[in-house]
Design a protein around this ligand. Structure first.
Ligand code: SF4
Length: 371
């Protein structure tokens, strides 16, 4: 699995704490650096066959066709892209005009993840998004027109409102498009973001946790009755369209991350590239990978596995945890949570119910090994 981080955005969304820069002049040197890093890291994975390539960001749809082609040519120099590989590109609606969509398809992108967030212009403006609701609608229509049969829509809930009408309208609009996949995010106030400052200075009053939880329940109800499988706490897919890239993360598969702030995992250690575009480019030009390597302790492996897999539909494999880490779930806790309708378990598997997913952080932490 290969991940490429494209750390550029036209504007800073007020809630965002990802690594990106709005200084687009560095796009060309960054693409050069990405290609160099692919060569430098060609032996990181124990296979040369890629079943998934994921362009994340930032805003990968800012890349030109030539830049994407350059990256693909480099990937093909060092790896073999499997015939059925899932090749995803995250995109913002204002970048996806017909000509751009055609270019992406011709280059080999076969899955788009479109950052719609909401079809409400007021919220889009409040959050400093680059696109309008009309652009989002046109972009999804064009995506289908060009023949991208596999696309995901990102939706955000938890905007402050008097009622849930806008949220229900957003869900209805998404369902009308029938994407193969829907990722959902609750609006959260992350430190060091513009939104955090607005909350501190009382310019923005966030919705209550209860209000957001009600929207999450509405979401689950509406999507699951339309054949979407709630396969991970924030993700829904039509059968056979689970995101391959994310599923690999959740199943603790190996992956190589290229670019500033990208993470890699080789089964034993995890490494994180520096989250600074200038320093990243400089180091790569000198033939160095500017990464910190983290060796996970057994307790960290266990906790990470529980944190990630309890939230998925396949749950935690009890035998795997026992064999690999001698970890056993507390039967007393399991029984207590099952009685409250928050967990389901048998001798093989443990997972959260829909109700349990609302309290995922708390429940997971109760099963953690103390570090
Ligand atoms: S487009 Fe995405 S990565 Fe860029 S600022 Fe907005 S949310 Fe963050």
């Amino acid at each position: 699995m290969l991940y490429l981080h494209i750390p550029f955005c036209k504007k800073a969304c007020h809630y965002c704490d990802f690594h990106f820069s709005t200084s687009l002049q560095q796009q060309k040197p960054m693409v050069e650096a990405l290609c160099t890093e692919i060569a430098l890291q060609k032996d990181y994975l124990d296979t040369k066959i890629l079943h998934s390539i994921y362009f994340g960001g930032g805003t990968p749809s800012l890349l030109t066709g030539d830049e994407l082609q350059q990256i693909f040519d480099t990937i093909r120099q060092y790896f073999t892209i499997a015939d059925d590989a899932e090749i995803t590109l995250e995109a913002n609606p204002d970048d996806l005009q017909l000509a751009k969509l055609q270019t992406l398809k011709a280059i080999g992108i076969n899955r788009l993840s479109i950052g719609v967030q909401t079809f409400n212009d007021h919220y889009l403006q409040t959050m400093n998004r680059t696109h309008t609701a009309a652009e989002a609608i046109a972009c999804v229509e064009n995506t289908k027109l060009i023949g991208f049969n596999n696309f995901s829509i990102d939706l955000m809930y938890g905007f402050p409102a008097a009622n849930h009408l806008n949220w229900q309208a957003d869900i209805a609009q998404v369902l009308a498009f029938r994407p193969t996949h829907i990722s959902t995010y609750c609006l959260t106030i992350e430190p060091k973001t513009a939104l955090y400052h607005q909350v501190k200075t009382k310019q923005f009053v966030p919705a209550s946790d209860n209000f957001a939880a009600e929207q999450y329940e509405i979401l689950i109800e509406q999507l699951t009755t339309q054949d979407y499988q709630h396969y991970e706490i924030s993700n829904f897919a039509l059968p056979t369209f689970y995101a391959r890239h994310n599923s690999n993360y959740w199943k603790k598969g190996k992956y190589l991350g290229i670019g500033a702030s990208a993470h890699s995992y080789n089964g034993t250690t995890r490494q994180a590239n520096i989250a600074n575009n200038n320093l990243y480019i400089k180091a790569i030009r000198q033939g160095q990978i500017p990464a910190e390597i983290e060796v996970l302790t057994p307790a960290e492996h266990i906790n990470e596995y529980i944190l990630v897999n309890l939230r998925t539909t396949w749950g935690c494999n009890r035998e795997w945890l026992a064999t690999n880490y001698n970890y056993k779930f507390s039967e007393k806790l399991l029984a207590a949570y099952a009685q409250q309708g928050l967990m389901v378990y048998d001798s093989q598997t443990v997972y959260l119910t829909s109700k349990g997913r609302l309290l995922a952080d708390k429940i997971c932490s109760d099963f953690f090994v103390v570090l």
